[in-house]
Design a protein around this ligand. Structure first.
Ligand code: UD1
Length: 443
């Protein structure tokens, strides 16, 4: 199995390009199911999750020009092009060939549930496997289903699948409704916005997610002809239209990737320019980093990050929906606090089991106590390299960050988690001075 090898101690300096956001690209890909015209996504990251959703969409009848994706797509031969070489993704679904998203594909990636809203909007019927839990928590989809029911869908859970249908055996359109989410959900907001674009009448979503990826989706849908107001707020109003047209859309920059590199710069006492990064999407992280002594500022075409202290100061953090501190940066921030001066309390409010990186960090010398959703981190002066295992996507990144400052060699295994969401992270970090390489399987 492939591994990542990091030798700690190098200061990072230089420029890193920030990729398009995985979490924006996935719902943007699903919009192809809403229109019979082509959808072109620019700045699409080359990631395993993108390949997985490509396969799901193909099953529904989409043609997906993804020959550049690193994974060989089922039924096609790999064109041999290098990863990340062609960041434009073309999707086209003139007709829906199947309304079924099978377990074999959905179980590979929870975000596959994002086909449910578009299928219901266009076809009035859908059969989508329940995604099940994942390493970071149980992650139910009840809010997605509650919202669709409010839009007039009849839903049955049977044999591990969601069977959904509008009235008259799927012949009727979804009907607009006022829906208040009891809890903020990025995926449920995205699914229901997509469903509502083609529904009859007005849909109002209250307590909707405000993440930049939701905004990006709404902007793309608007360019396709959808009528959405309140974009970027927690109250979205969607007036259904009869049809949506094609679009060419630029995927927003990945704030989580940018945030990960900002933390890397700070931990190594370095200075980085994050090309294309959006500082305005990283407000809560920027505030925390500033308190630690790491300063981020906006420059033309990106973000400048510089460490102003010999050792970062510990700062406590609580994860929250946007614009609060992102759960997807909790693990990376913990790696920073592990080497900081003083103690920090990290509180994870979004997912119940998102501390799986902790035992691995402890193996590298970290001092962390966990009590439920709260982790108390007491900064240590030195971390030691060790063989460590990735347990999920962001945990993988946190272990690489720890490896960048640890003495000696850190060997990260189970890196398929990393490849789901970070585009060539080892190349990007090596380009700014890190000693890091990918060892291919068998070594
Ligand atoms: C998305 C992101 C993920 C990020 C998360 C929170 C994508 C592809 N993934 O995941 O990287 O960590 O937002 O920012 O964009 N919940 C329910 N019922 C539901 C749906 C969610 O109880 O029907 C709960 C979840 O278990 C979790 C919380 O709501 O505790 C937030 O989850 P949600 O925002 O839906 O996360 P995802 O959209 O799955």
């Amino acid at each position: 199995m492939a591994e990542i090898l990091v030798n700690g101690g190098n200061r990072l300096q230089g420029e890193i390009p920030v990729s398009g956001a995985k979490n924006a690209a996935l719902p943007l890909m699903a919009v192809t199911l809403l229109t019979d015209e082509p959808v072109t996504l620019r700045n699409c990251p080359d990631l395993d999750d993108i390949a997985t959703l490509s396969n799901v969409l193909r099953g529904h009848g989409a043609s997906v020009d993804a020959s550049w994706l690193g994974l060989t797509v089922a039924g096609e031969t790999d064109s041999g092009s290098a990863r990340g070489s062609l960041p434009t993704l073309r999707l086209h679904t003139p007709e829906i060939a199947s309304i079924r998203a099978p377990y074999e594909l959905v179980s590979q990636m929870r975000a596959s549930i994002l086909v449910l809203g578009p299928l219901m909007a266009r076809m009035g019927r859908a059969e989508v496997s329940l995604p099940g839990g994942c390493a970071i928590g149980s992650r139910p989809v009840d809010l997605h289903l509650m919202g669709l029911e409010a839009l007039g869908a009849w839903i049955e859970l049977r044999d591990g699948y969601v069977f959904a249908e509008t009235a008259r055996g799927g012949k009727d359109r979804l009907r607009g409704a006022k829906i208040t989410f009891p809890k903020v959900s990025v995926g449920a907001t995205e699914n229901l916005v997509m469903a509502a674009t083609l529904a009859e009448g007005r849909t109002e979503l209250l307590n909707a997610a405000q993440e930049p990826e939701v905004v990006d989706l709404c902007q793309c849908l608007t360019a396709m002809g959808a009528q959405i107001s309140g974009i970027g707020t927690s109250h979205l109003i969607i007036d259904g239209v009869e049809r949506l047209g094609g679009v060419t859309h630029q995927v927003v920059a990945d704030r989580i990737e940018a945030g990960t590199f900002a933390v890397a710069a700070g931990m190594t006492g370095g200075e980085l320019i994050l090309k294309n990064g959006r500082l305005d999407h990283l407000g809560s992280l920027v505030g925390v980093l500033h308190e630690t002594g790491i300063v981020c500022s906006e420059i033309s075409g990106g973000i400048h990050v510089v460490s102003t202290v010999d050792r970062p100061r510990a700062v406590s953090v609580t994860t929250q929906p946007y614009p609060g501190f992102p759960t997807d940066l909790q693990a990376q921030t913990m790696s920073l606090m592990v080497m900081a001066e003083g103690s920090a309390v990290l509180t994870e409010t979004i997912f119940e089991n998102r501390y799986m990186h902790v035992p691995e960090l402890i193996r590298m010398g970290a001092n962390i106590d966990i009590n439920g959703r709260v982790a108390v981190v007491r900064g240590v002066e030195r971390l030691n390299g060790a063989p460590v295992k990735a347990s999920d996507l962001r945990a993988s990144a946190s272990l690489i960050l720890a490896g960048l400052v640890a003495q000696g060699e850190t060997r990260l295994s189970d890196i398929h988690h990393l490849d789901r969401g970070y585009e060539r992270i080892e190349d990007k970090l090596r380009g700014v001075g890190a000693s890091i390489e990918r060892l291919d399987g068998g070594t």
